[in-house]
Design a binder for this molecule. Structure first.
Ligand code: SF4
Length: 135
């Protein structure tokens, strides 16, 4: 991470102690956002993992790892790019009012793609493979 850059937050981080719980996925496939930040600890992680991969049911936030993340493209986050490209290829989404979000001010995705990232964010499942395997 560059020393002169503000630290940005990844909105699709692993479930790990110190991460912030961003929200929970509803049965309708839409994330329900928390209104107040909740930092998780080791006990939370252990209990959550008892019910399968937490990243398939919840979303977590933690500092963007930039060059230490497999999704880093060199100048931005490849996840938000892929998600928005897939949505645009299917005709896009209606632009809703921005949902409440506890990390927007520092969010990597918002900093790169503004409100379009927020419109897509609510549909993103961090661990899609676990969701597919459970279906
Ligand atoms: S590059 Fe993207 S996926 Fe990787 S840590 Fe940063 S925001 Fe998260």
């Amino acid at each position: 991470m560059r020393k002169d850059a503000p630290e940005l937050t990844c909105p699709s981080a692993p479930c790990a102690p110190g991460a912030t719980l961003l929200g929970t996925m509803g049965r309708d496939g839409v994330l329900s956002y928390l209104r107040t930040p909740m930092q998780i600890d080791g006990d939370f992680v252990a209990v959550a993992r008892n019910h399968g991969p937490p990243e398939a049911r919840m979303r977590f936030a933690s500092p963007c790892q930039e060059g230490n993340c497999a999704q880093w493209t060199g100048d931005g986050c490849g996840v938000v790019r892929k998600v928005l490209a897939a949505i645009e290829a299917q005709g896009g989404l209606p632009q809703d009012d921005l949902q409440p979000c506890v990390i927007r001010a520092s969010c990597r995705w918002y900093s790169e793609r503004s409100g379009a990232a927020c419109t897509a964010c609510k549909y993103v499942v961090t661990d899609q493979y676990a969701v597919v395997a459970a279906e």
